[in-house]
Design a protein. Sequence first.
Length: 276
Amino acid sequence: MMKRTFSWLSAWALASGLLMVSCSFPDEKDDTDPIETGTIQLQFDNIVGNQDLQLDSTRYVNAAGEDFTVSKLNYYISNIKLTRIDGRVFTVPQDSSYFLIREANSGSQKLTIRNVLTGDYTGIEFMVGIDSLRSVMDPSQPGRKGILDKDTGPTNEEAMYWDWNPGYIFLKLEGASDSATTANGKYYYHIGGFGGRTEKTLNNLKTIKLNFPGQKAIVTTSIVSNVLIQADILKIFNGPTQWSIKKSSGVMFSDSSKIIADNYAGMFNVKEIKIN
């Protein structure tokens, strides 16, 4: 029976340390019925208030009245789950659930999730950051390859890993502002912290849960839904705690990083779903 088969697979995955979650839902039919899967796409669109984010060229104003430009915006999306209309949850296997969104690379903003069980989906959950399990893995392990390889690829190119304080930078926002107190007029916010390796430290992992308002993401063997998720970086400055560039122009591994992480946890919303 399928439930017994998938339970065994889940137990094996947990024992192996990969935390690969079964793709089945509870109460699926037995294994005489074929499992049908399809594809869903997630499109991340970075904005500033009601404007599209433009690197280096456009000046924006935050709630503190400070002007700023953006020269770099990167953030990790991981641990994706999809909620079906009947309430059951499809968990994307972890090895296929790590992405680095880069404003400077449009291709990185479109995520294609394959082998999703067919059905109508009404919500999504994901993490901003890299979970503690992957963060503490030895770099030579398969689980730290691909997008998580700190020595090659985008993670290395974008310097999204701290060697001095081993761990991933979950979100990197950099730019210029007349309010910046640095000598070069730049501000930089590099936010990480997964809770610590051997002792408790900062934990800025954020889990985001979004409903698909008034729409469903339909997954069939032939229909692909594209879920457009907007990320409004103005909310990094504007709430729930107002953030001032003048008060702090540079933040890395400090208590202030928690304020920024709490703010960016609220910057996501689902704008629309297109059916292809």
